[in-house]
Design a protein around this ligand. Structure first.
Ligand code: ZN
Length: 411
């Protein structure tokens, strides 16, 4: 029973309604001169209507484009965010790989230094070994003989021989140990080199990833930039159209005010009829004025009469049907021009029993209750308009036959 959008400021629609209403009044004016006039005014208003309609369509297209662009923009932002995340991870991985590589390189430098030290030590020991051998050799048999003869006894000789051989044996054992160390160090070096090679490969892959990601990011940024330019252009077009629309609205308003002044049609005297028979079940579900709808303040332009689908809708007073058609918000709706600038609106109908241009008498069945347009349940939205502007129905129906919610809260 709520029709939120309908009751919000559809100024353009109000204006269009106003214009049709005024034209209707002129048509109803009677007489050949009035008819000739009305044709002229109808054509002028029609021209405004067409221009405004075209602009409105353009604006809708731009809005659709802007919506698409916004979607594209958020998709690009999401992509950028993902690339940024990957980039961040890659940077961290690169940093780790670089640290690891530096550590490995430090280790290999140390290992190389150890190899050199070990090698030098080995070389020294090797030299020493040969020095011992050569020295004994150079001293020749004399020395050997000396060594032997110099021995006071066999045991002394053996001791001396033992001394030389143990020297050599010691030397040899040190050299063996050094060689073992050297072999181990060489193995270490090889293993480190292999690790470094792997790490270098990893780093290379990561750096390539980083390059790819940077390219992707640049692409996305370019797309975002292009999109922002397109958005700005579309918005500019939208605002320029809006200006044109406002200008046309203003011109039309002035034109209509002029027509309204010329309008001589008189309204039928007497009371307004309640638009639904009191024999048909119905109740007022929403009054006129500010109301809180889904937690949002909303201006309700009329009275809502909840009733069963198909309940007859009655013309509140005689007049001319100036609108009987479908509208996005109003659904199937009827506007009757009663003269003196007063018109009534009947919205969300399930059926229309009148057509534009029809003359109706008070109490005529003009349509049936429904829930077409922006409506969430079967009801009649009943409005009064004065010179095209919605106005409090209490100004016309002072004593409603059913209880009406006086929803005039202060906002
Ligand atoms: Zn309503």
């Amino acid at each position: 029973m709520k029709n939120q959008i309908l009751h919000k400021g559809y100024r353009l629609i109000t204006l269009l309604l106003t214009c049709v209403i005024v034209v209707g009044v002129c048509l109803a004016g009677g007489g050949s001169v009035a008819n000739a006039d009305s044709k002229l005014t109808d054509a002028t208003v029609q021209k405004y209507e067409e221009q405004l309609d075209q602009l409105h369509k353009q604006q809708q297209d731009i809005q659709n484009t802007l919506t698409k662009m916004a979607k594209e923009g958020s998709s690009l932002s999401a992509q950028k965010q993902q690339v940024d995340t990957y980039m961040d991870t890659t940077q961290r991985k690169i940093a780790i790989a670089e640290t690891l590589l530096a550590e490995l390189q430090g280790k290999i430098t140390d290992t190389k230094a150890s190899i050199e030290t070990t090698q030098a030590e080995y070389d020294r020991m090797y030299e020493q070994f040969w020095n011992i051998v050569v020295m004994n050799y150079e001293e020749g048999d004399a020395s050997y003989i000396g060594l032997i003869l110099g021995a006071d006894s066999l045991s002394d000789f053996l001791t001396r021989m033992d001394h030389v051989s143990s020297l050599l044996a010691y030397n040899k054992s040190v050299m063996d140990t050094l060689q073992q160390t050297q072999t181990m160090l060489e193995e270490d070096k090889l293993s480190l080199e292999a690790k470094i090679a792997v790490q270098n490969e990893t780093l290379e892959t990561l750096q390539k990833d980083r390059e790819d990601l940077a390219k992707q990011e640049a692409d996305i940024l370019k797309k975002i930039g292009d999109l922002e330019k397109d958005q700005a252009a579309a918005q500019k077009e939208y605002y320029e159209n809006k200006k044109k629309e406002d200008q046309l609205d203003k011109e039309l308003e002035e034109y209509l005010a002029e027509l309204q002044r010329k309008n001589q049609e008189k309204m039928e005297s007497g009371d307004w009829l309640w638009p639904i028979s009191l024999n048909d079940y119905h109740y007022n579900s929403s009054g006129y004025g500010w109301r809180l709808l889904y937690g949002v303040w909303d201006y309700h332009r009329g009275w809502d009469l909840a009733a069963y689908r198909g309940t007859p809708i009655l013309a509140s007073k005689g007049g001319k049907v100036v609108i009987a058609q479908y509208h996005n918000s109003y659904g199937y709706y009827i506007v009757i021009d009663h003269g003196d600038g007063v018109s009534t609106v009947y919205a969300h109908c399930s059926k229309l029993n009148v057509a534009k241009g029809d003359t109706v008498k008070k109490g005529d069945k003009i349509g049936e209750v429904g829930t077409t347009g922006n409506s969430t349940g079967n009801h009649l939205h009943f409005e009064f308009r004065l010179n095209g502007k919605y106005t409090d129905p209490f100004n016309y129906i002072k004593n409603p036959p059913i209880k009406v919610i006086a929803s005039r809260y202060n906002k």
